[in-house]
Design a protein around this ligand. Structure first.
Ligand code: C2O
Ligand code: CU
Ligand code: CU
Length: 436
């Protein structure tokens, strides 16, 4: 996986071939940034200007969205909202200064199911000014794919059936664009493992057998109180990121599987293996978790918020006809007054106020709901207050969940709010929130 460090990074999305299935297996025709799946790892510095010229070598429009970065609206990469799509042969200059350190990612926001589903996604790491005390910094871009026997993708991204159900869930899961080989680990080392779920639709629940992992950041934002996930299961929805402190407490020469059992025991599979080298332990463990320095995210003011209520509707059970007899959008978002309507803002938050939004999932499906331009605080779930507030840019709504989020509306513009199961987004589960 190529890494690009520093203040500029040209990106060129184009058709390419990639050995996703591994050496000796047929190559796959993909879409790739700079020829690699996943794309180059971009390493930026917190508070330092970054520029990227994106040159479109695809045969259709594209954009780049810098997922999770609190950036100026004009740099957000949403066609028809913050910019025009970059035409084939055209280019666009992105420039922003990331205010927050952490784990982010980038992907197209035009024809997303088709382009991201064929490989366009990459890690965007914003480094702290002072490197935190880990021995190693490891990035895992997680993607899944559906292959034909000849190594090509099964066609038909974004079919109505997939869209009305849980989206396209592939049967081959890769790390950094390849079917994973075991990862070499030295006993006693302390790894910062940055997980990025870049799948179209697959949720994951990772278990690091023989290890205790500590969550030190969510969606890029450090936790004041790192925690061990309950049941040892690291849940990560499409678009979410989880930074783990992985303390290598295993023994030299031993191997430990990493299992994903989100869809139950019957569908569990081994994602990869942590293969310990023969080397003697680097230090004796355990040691206290690392607390990463906080980012300058403004605190919501909950004494006098602007309140809204958004209801999520639709899905297989809710499919129907529109009033004019045509097919209705499969999914929808509505507030008390109106239904979502393309790129028209569903409501406006006065700039400088705090928004407190209740998200009400009336469907029987899971939706990772993502807001552009902000890191929001998750206040409560089904009436139960969060033990302590934490920041996210993508929050999981389980079937029938009701979740309250809040954010200080300091960043003006039109910001997309959508489900990050891409087939849901593309079929109505999206709206726009204006801050002005
Ligand atoms: Cu990662 Cu609107 O998307
Ligand atoms: Cu985003
Ligand atoms: Cu959804």
């Amino acid at each position: 996986m190529a890494a690009t460090r520093g203040e500029t990074a040209p990106l060129r999305p184009a058709p390419a071939r990639a050995a996703i299935l591994g050496a000796g297996k047929p190559e796959t025709e993909v879409l790739a940034y700079n020829g690699t799946v996943s794309g180059p790892v971009l390493r930026l510095r917190q508070g330092e200007a970054f520029r990227s010229t994106v040159t479109n070598a695809l045969d259709q429009g594209t954009t780049v969205h810098w997922h999770g970065i609190r950036l100026p609206n004009a740099m957000d990469g949403v066609p028809g909202l913050t910019q025009q799509a970059i035409k084939p042969g055209g280019d666009f200059h992105y420039a922003f200064t990331p205010p927050d350190a952490g784990t982010y990612w980038y992907h197209p926001h035009d024809h997303t199911a088709h382009q991201m589903g064929r490989g366009l996604a990459g890690a965007l790491i914003v480094e702290e000014p002072q490197a935190p005390p880990f021995d190693r910094d490891v990035v895992w871009v997680l993607q899944d794919w559906e292959f034909q026997p000849d190594g090509q993708f099964v066609p038909g991204f974004d079919t109505p059936m997939e869209a009305a159900m849980s989206g396209r869930i592939g049967s081959v899961v890769t790390i950094n664009g390849v079917v994973p080989a075991p990862m070499a680990v030295r006993a006693g080392e302390r790894i910062r493992l940055r997980l990025i779920n870049a799948c179209l639709a697959r949720f994951m629940a990772l278990r690091f057998i023989g290890h205790r992992v500590t969550v030190v950041a969510l969606d890029g934002q450090p936790l004041l109180r790192p925690f061990e996930p309950s049941g040892g299961q690291v849940i990560i929805a499409p678009a979410q990121r989880v930074d783990l402190q992985l303390d290598a407490i295993g023994s030299p020469n031993q191997a430990y599987p990493v299992i994903d059992d989100f869809y139950g025991n019957g569908a569990a599979y081994r994602l990869t293996t942590l293969a310990y080298t023969k080397q003697p332990p680097r230090r004796s463990l355990p040691v206290a978790p690392v607390i990463l320095p906080p980012n300058p995210v403004p605190q919501p003011d909950l004494r006098n918020p602007v309140r809204h209520h958004l209801t999520i509707t639709g899905g297989m059970m809710g499919m129907g006809m529109a009033a004019d007899g045509g097919p209705a959008a499969i999914w929808g978002i509505k507030d008390r007054h109106r239904m979502n309507d393309g790129m028209a803002p569903i409501f406006t938050i006065p700039r400088g106020r705090t928004a407190l939004i209740t998200l009400d999932n009336q469907t029987s499906f899971w939706h990772p709901m993502h807001l552009h331009g902000y890191s929001f605080t998750v206040l409560s779930r089904n009436g139960v207050k969060a033990r302590y507030p934490y920041l996210r840019d993508t929050v999981i709504l389980r079937p029938k969940d009701r979740v309250e989020i809040a954010f200080a509306a300091d960043n003006p513009g039109d910001w997309m709010f959508h489900c990050h199961v891409i087939e849901h987004q593309a079929n109505g589960l999206m709206t726009v929130i204006r801050v002005a």
